[in-house]
Design a protein around this ligand. Structure first.
Ligand SMILES: Cc1cc2nc3c(=O)[nH]c(=O)nc-3n(C[C@H](O)[C@H](O)[C@H](O)COP(=O)(O)OP(=O)(O)OC[C@H]3O[C@@H](n4cnc5c(N)ncnc54)[C@H](O)[C@@H]3O)c2cc1C
Length: 390
């Protein structure tokens, strides 16, 4: 059990950093907890710019378990944060389409997910068409979905709840840019801010999202986490929203209801996906060239869509295997990573927060074993491949 004299400094105060702070108190960590955040408006954080959706359809068991806990956390938000807590959770499955050549693999994936506890199913094209009459199924072989534990919510509201609860339990938020991590041999002793202040630390957690590689680069640590721009388009369309899930098309296009309309997007091709480094300009050209044709093919009524606005945020992509990097550095044991989620960091923030807090407070994971996501695989270059990547 960690001593009450110990201190934790978390770099990055968005959904992952704040979840860790919240769960440290939940786990009974009695020492000081400081969150260093360079931009308290969070306007450029991935958290604020994300599509804030949650799925249990993953190819890696640990990701499924993290999502199942995320869904439970979201569903029981009022029990934790009070009757007024509301993050607008819409519990509705993802609908992930696959071509005829993928049927076997996708059905095997569903079997595995069911064994791990996810309430998912594989649908034939006809079954999908019956549930979603607006869907063009002519070129698909399978559609997978979940009956529970998937959907979307308001990430900003969740972040606000976590921060408020953390603050109420004596977590200090400091506005500042963490510029360096101070070491004594192979131990972190403090975090240095750009104004020269050093905050002493018995534990340092790197939850800096797309900037997390920069945070440790001066230590000679090459974290394979890069910022990749993802554009979201907010649209209106003559399609009844109440029966539209989070749809992932075979083309890579996605769409889901939001407010009075929909949000949608598509990842750029790999050869057109450079390091985003400060670039938040929406990639408008994706709409005309790729997204609109793909959506209109899949949902013919979307021929008539109207774009209301667009924004871009950064995925913090773990170039090794598209999975989070969670846990201590192999040599600097009190430097803990919580980054690299590659497009699933909002849904996995509760499980990450709880796991990191367990590790710091009790010296081990007590609930979900997060060790498959540890730094060791980065050191050895051994990917834990996630097959269901968006
Ligand atoms: C368009 C888009 C759609 C997405 N959709 C989903 C989705 O549907 N579901 C899902 O689960 N995930 C989704 N994601 C991914 C998700 O948003 C991220 O994985 C998640 O927000 C990561 O949270 P974080 O707290 O680690 O990082 P961030 O939210 O980026 O926060 C990092 C924080 O660290 C701060 N910081 C960085 N460097 C420093 C420093 N040196 N000193 C002090 N502070 C620092 C930053 O200011 C920032 O506030 C999406 C992302 C994008 C861009």
């Amino acid at each position: 059990m960690a001593q009450s004299s110990e201190s934790v400094v978390i770099i990055g105060g968005a959904i992952v950093g704040s979840s860790i702070a919240y769960f440290l108190r939940e786990q009974g960590f009695a020492g000081s907890v400081t969150v260093v955040e360079r931009d308290p408006s969070y306007q450029f954080s991935s958290t604020a710019l994300s599509a804030a959706s949650i799925r249990t359809q993953f190819g890696t068991p640990v990701n499924i378990h993290m999502s199942l806990f995320g869904a439970e956390f979201i569903r029981t938000i009022k029990d934790r944060f009070g009757a007024g807590a509301d993050i607008g959770f819409v519990e509705r499955g993802y609908l992930i389409l696959g071509g005829p050549e993928t049927v076997e693999v996708r059905r095997a994936g569903v079997e595995m997910q069911r064994l791990e506890g996810a309430d998912v199913a594989a649908l034939s094209p006809d079954e999908a068409r019956k549930l979603y009459p607006w869907l063009n199924v002519e070129d698909i072989g399978v559609a997978t979905t979940a009956w529970r534990n998937e959907g979307w919510f308001d990430a900003w509201s969740l972040l606000s709840l976590l921060r408020r609860a953390a603050r109420a339990r004596d977590v200090t938020y400091v506005e500042g840019h963490a510029e360096g991590i101070e070491l004594d041999g192979d131990r972190v002793t403090g975090v240095r801010l750009s104004d020269g202040t050093v905050i002493a630390a018995d534990w340092c957690v790197n939850a800096a999202g797309a900037a997390s590689a920069a945070v440790v680069r001066k230590l000679g640590i090459e974290l394979p986490v890069c910022a990749r721009k993802r554009t979201v388009f907010s649209i209106k369309a003559p399609l009844e929203r109440s029966n539209v899930p989070m749809l992932f098309d075979t083309s890579g296009a996605w769409i889901r209801p939001e407010g009075e309309g929909f949000i949608c997007g598509i990842a750029p091709g790999e050869d057109n996906d450079p390091d985003a480094d400060g670039d938040f300009e929406p990639a408008h050209e994706l709409l005309e060239e790729f997204l609109w044709p793909a959506l209109a093919h899949r949902i013919p009524v979307l021929e008539q869509l109207r774009v209301e606005r667009a924004w871009a945020g950064h995925y913090e992509v773990n170039m090794l295997d598209h999975n989070g990097i969670i846990g201590p550095h192999d040599k600097i044991g009190n430097l803990v990573f919580a980054t690299g989620f590659s497009g699933h960091g909002v849904m996995h923030a509760p499980a990450t927060g709880r796991g990191v807090a367990e590790f710091i407070t009790h010296g081990q994971y007590r609930t979900i074993d997060l060790s498959p996501l540890g730094f060791g695989r980065v050191r050895s270059g051994t990917p834990l491949h996630e097959t269901v990547v968006y």
